[in-house]
Write a protein that binds this ligand. Structure first.
Ligand code: HEM
Length: 253
């Protein structure tokens, strides 16, 4: 009598698909859970950036010297141990990588959801809540992305900024660049609107992080809502205060 285990055929088409060896993280990213983790981790990194960027920008309330010195300090992080601007470039590369991951995960989760949900949710209330949140996330995300493009052309490259006294955009004159930009009321208004939408995005996003990472115990649901709203409020109030301060003349050249 043979003792060999009878060979079993795969039960699904998926199981029969040839398996190629991929790095573990890529394999994980291939699943919906992995993409949600990627979304949450990149979201946390981007939240860290917007918070510290806002805190750094409050230096403009101390004057031109303070804000310009702060920008110079960022360039000199770990200098002379590391070459000037090297740490800043590493941080920029990390930030860009996190943004790319966040966008890719968002896009591929949307595609996955569309394929998976051919039948609508049966509960009308759940369906409405889910669709409102996800629709506003996509819209606010796209506006924030367009804002970032404008913002870099405005304050980093000076392409859409008005020129300085000598007719040239001087990158290191951060304070003057910000004031000149916000002195144009349509630009100030755009910054306010974009940052309000950033706030909406952060409120939903910061709340969803806990869901994505599986930390959604009902015992701290009220706490995570408070955290998400509080975080978004701090970033938004800080950010919109800058164009408002220039418009009403509290900050000027
Ligand atoms: C009213 C609010 C804001 C002000 C006053 C502001 C100000 C600035 C300034 C002055 C710079 C150029 C710094 C330099 O070249 O040294 C800058 C760069 C940048 N800002 Fe903002 N910012 C604001 C909001 C935001 C928001 C909401 C985001 C993202 C969602 C953002 C993302 C960036 C990025 C990615 C850079 C380039 C950083 C780098 O090249 O190192 N900013 N911002």
């Amino acid at each position: 009598m043979s003792t060999a285990t009878p060979s079993r055929q795969p039960v699904t088409g998926t199981a029969a698909a040839p398996r190629t060896r991929r790095p573990l993280l890529l394999d994980l990213y291939g699943t919906a859970v992995g993409k949600k983790y990627a979304m949450a981790i990149s979201g946390i990194a981007l939240m860290g950036f917007v918070l510290f960027h806002m805190i750094g920008n409050t230096k403009m309330y101390l004057g031109a010297v303070e804000l310009n010195e702060y920008a110079e300090f960022l360039k000199k992080l770990l200098y002379p141990l590391a070459p000037k601007e090297s740490v800043l470039w590493i941080l920029r590369a990390g930030l860009l990588g996190m943004l790319a991951l966040h966008l890719h995960a968002a896009w591929s989760l949307t595609v996955l959801n569309r394929h998976a949900r051919s039948v609508r949710y049966q509960s009308a209330r759940d369906y409405q809540e889910a669709s409102l949140a996800s629709r506003s996330m996509r819209l606010s995300g796209i506006v924030v992305l367009l804002f970032i493009v404008w913002h870099l052309l405005d304050l980093t490259f000076g392409v859409v900024n008005t020129v300085g006294a000598d007719g040239e955009f001087v990158r290191s004159e951060v304070y003057a660049n910000v004031v000149r930009s916000f002195e144009r009321w349509p630009v100030a208004l755009f910054y306010v609107v974009a940052n309000l939408l950033l706030g909406l995005h952060l409120t939903h996003g910061a709340w969803s992080i806990f869901q994505s990472l599986g930390w959604n115990n009902p015992r701290f649901n009220a706490w995570r809502t408070a955290f998400a709203r509080g975080f978004a409020a701090v970033v938004v109030i800080g950010n919109i205060s800058f164009p408002i301060a220039v418009t009403i003349g509290i900050v000027s050249v």
